[in-house]
Design a protein around this ligand. Structure first.
Ligand code: PLP
Length: 417
């Protein structure tokens, strides 16, 4: 028996050697299994699942999402382009974002994106003008921020009243009226995203209650009857191995029950419901591999283990005070008998993957694996200190393929004078 860490059926030390570190490794079977679990949860319930590409997107991931039959949310021209390049069916694509550029909207319209989630009255006017120019009618939802405070880190709360996202409630009726009066806009319903890394159903239940009440009001005042209700994403994952995850299928089922009962109570026709999970689909399927570059013990203070990646491939400790643990990939049996900080190479004292975590004795050349890094790691990569974008490997029952190869130095300098 090898004492190496196996991920997706592959020897992670072999992967580190072949593709270099830092390296993102996604367990493909786990990704597919999560898509299927969610598809099953919405089956027969007049609901759909739209994977939020911002959590992790590359052409291989877009293809996987298409093969698994989910829809796809994009928030930029870049994400839309990757989906298009992967051959993703555009009618299953949604455009999101609070500051959509003309290029993003125009390209989405030209390629036939199924839905635009409109974030403001200005965006509605701009979209309407583009539709008129292109001779198109576009299906839209209005995003609203109904004043819900989800139990999560404040930077990932997205539906409170004071928030950059969504049409303010005070102006919703005016926006709906404008949309209904345009021949180029097909208003299908409302959207809300309560936040991210949420571990209970309270905020989603509140969102259902607020949004169905809003739909009842709009029906009363404008005769508008919604066909769709998008409840966003947000299902959480464990931060550290051993912590509980979120039973997303159960949550979805309970939230759909709430939609059914709220619509019934208000006499509303039950709209099709959309969920937009990102993190829950990819977060637990991904690990990141690093190579130890040095071990520095400061007596009676702390031991720093320097590795070849950090805040450029995973900025979440700095952005969200996210916690991470490490495993020794080249010897899973070495006793974990001390503590250390795992430090990245950036010229920032705060470039730490973790300031204090249990570790075994470590030395130069050891390969460390950081679990639970499949979501918002690769997609949040930055080029600070001219870091090269790491490769991404899909490991599938013992067979590995690089779906994104490591950036080269030539690519780093590409486009520069
Ligand atoms: C509109 C919208 N939908 C879905 C998501 C996905 O959230 P999560 O990855 O927490 O499921 C986000 C995340 O920011 C979002 O803003």
């Amino acid at each position: 028996m090898s004492d190496h860490l196996i991920w997706g059926g592959c020897d992670t030390v072999g992967l580190a050697r072949e593709y270099g570190t830092p390296l993102y490794v996604m367990d493909e079977a786990e990704l597919r299994s999560r898509c299927r679990r969610l598809s099953k949860a919405v089956k027969g319930r007049n609901a759909r699942v739209c994977y939020a590409g911002k959590a992790f997107l590359c052409t291989a991931m877009a293809r996987l999402i298409e093969e698994e039959g989910l829809c796809l949310d994009t928030v930029s021209l870049g994400e839309l382009y990757l989906a298009h390049k992967a051959g993703f069916p555009m009618e299953r694509v949604t455009l999101h974002g609070n500051a959509k550029t003309e290029a993003f909207l125009r390209t989405g319209l030209e390629w036939g994106a199924g839905t635009v989630v409109v974030d403001s009255e200005d965006e509605l006017r701009r979209l309407d003008g583009l539709c008129a120019e292109l001779g198109k009618t576009q299906k839209i939802l209005f995003r609203v921020s109904p004043g819900i405070e989800a139990h999560t880190f404040s930077a990932v709360q997205t539906a409170q009243k004071d928030c950059k996202f969504g049409v303010p409630l005070a102006h919703l009726e005016r926006a709906v009226k404008a949309a209904l009066s345009s021949p180029h806009i097909d208003l299908a319903g409302l959207h809300v995203h309560v936040g991210s890394q949420i571990h209970d159903t309270a905020a989603h239940f509140e969102a259902v209650s607020r949004l169905t009440q809003l739909l009842a009001q709009l029906r009363g005042s404008l005769g508008f009857e919604a066909r769709e209700l998008d409840l966003g994403g947000g299902f959480g994952i464990p931060e550290l191995p051993g912590e509980p995850g979120t039973p997303a299928e159960e949550f979805i089922s309970q939230i759909l029950d709430r939609v059914d009962s709220s619509c019934e109570a208000l006499g509303l026709r039950r709209p099709e419901v959309a969920f937009e999970p990102g993190r829950w689909i990819v977060g637990e399927a991904g690990i990141t591999l690093y190579t130890v570059q040095g071990v520095k013990e400061i007596p009676e203070v702390r031991t720093y283990v320097a590795v070849d990646g950090g805040m450029t491939d995973n900025p979440r400790p700095q952005l969200y005070q996210a916690r991470y643990a490490v495993r020794l990939a080249n010897d899973v049996n070495r006793p974990v008998d001390r503590r250390a900080a795992i430090a990245g190479p950036c010229c920032e004292s705060g470039d730490l993957l973790t300031a204090d975590t249990p570790v075994p004795e470590l030395e130069v050349g050891d390969v460390l694996a950081v679990p639970l890094t499949g979501a918002y790691n690769y997609s949040m990569f930055s080029t600070y200190n001219c870091a090269l974008r790491p490769a991404v490997v899909f490991a599938n029952n013992g067979i590995a393929r690089a779906v994104v190869r490591r950036q080269t130095l030539e690519e780093l300098a590409a486009g520069q004078e």
